[in-house]
Design a protein around this ligand. Structure first.
Ligand code: MN
Length: 150
């Protein structure tokens, strides 16, 4: 990861020397049409990472929870986010907080990409995906049942 003090944008939502990566290195079918760029990576104790995710129209992130918190800022487009048992409609520059141990998933609009910055602790636990029992509980909320993709 670059230690440069200034990294210019080279074209919209792309930065000099920053690779466009797979959303999750181990692949899977629990997400769709999403890329990851690591913009800032501080390995020191209590350091944070700043990532830019972009979900193509119709795509979604993984339905998951973990112990760490997400701070999210929408940079591009529109979409929706499940946080806990609520589905929020997101516009550009909206903020989203994902508290610890809280189910969450991001979806782009059908014809609109959703690009967002996400801050996490560098040292963090791995996401957990839903068990069949978790999914039954989540789907008891009608709005959540309509929203989730697994
Ligand atoms: Mn997450």
């Amino acid at each position: 990861m670059s230690q440069k003090t200034h990294t210019p944008q080279t074209r919209p939502f792309r930065w000099d020397g920053v690779s466009v990566l797979a959303y999750k290195p181990d692949g899977g079918t629990h997400f769709r049409d999403i890329t990851r760029q690591v913009l800032f990576d501080d390995a020191s104790p209590h350091g944070v990472q700043l990532r830019y995710f972009e979900i193509a129209p119709g795509g979604h992130s993984t339905l998951e929870w973990h112990e760490h918190t997400h701070a999210v800022v929408v940079l591009r487009g529109r979409g929706r986010a499940l946080v806990g048992s609520r589905v929020h409609t997101l516009g550009t520059r909206d903020l989203v907080r994902v508290p610890p141990r809280t189910w969450h998933q991001f979806r782009a609009g059908p014809r609109t990409a959703l690009g967002f910055l996400c801050v996490v602790p560098t040292e963090r636990d791995k996401p957990r995906r839903p068990t069949p029992a978790d999914l039954r509980r989540l789907r008891a909320h009608p709005a959540v049942r309509r929203f989730v993709r697994v």
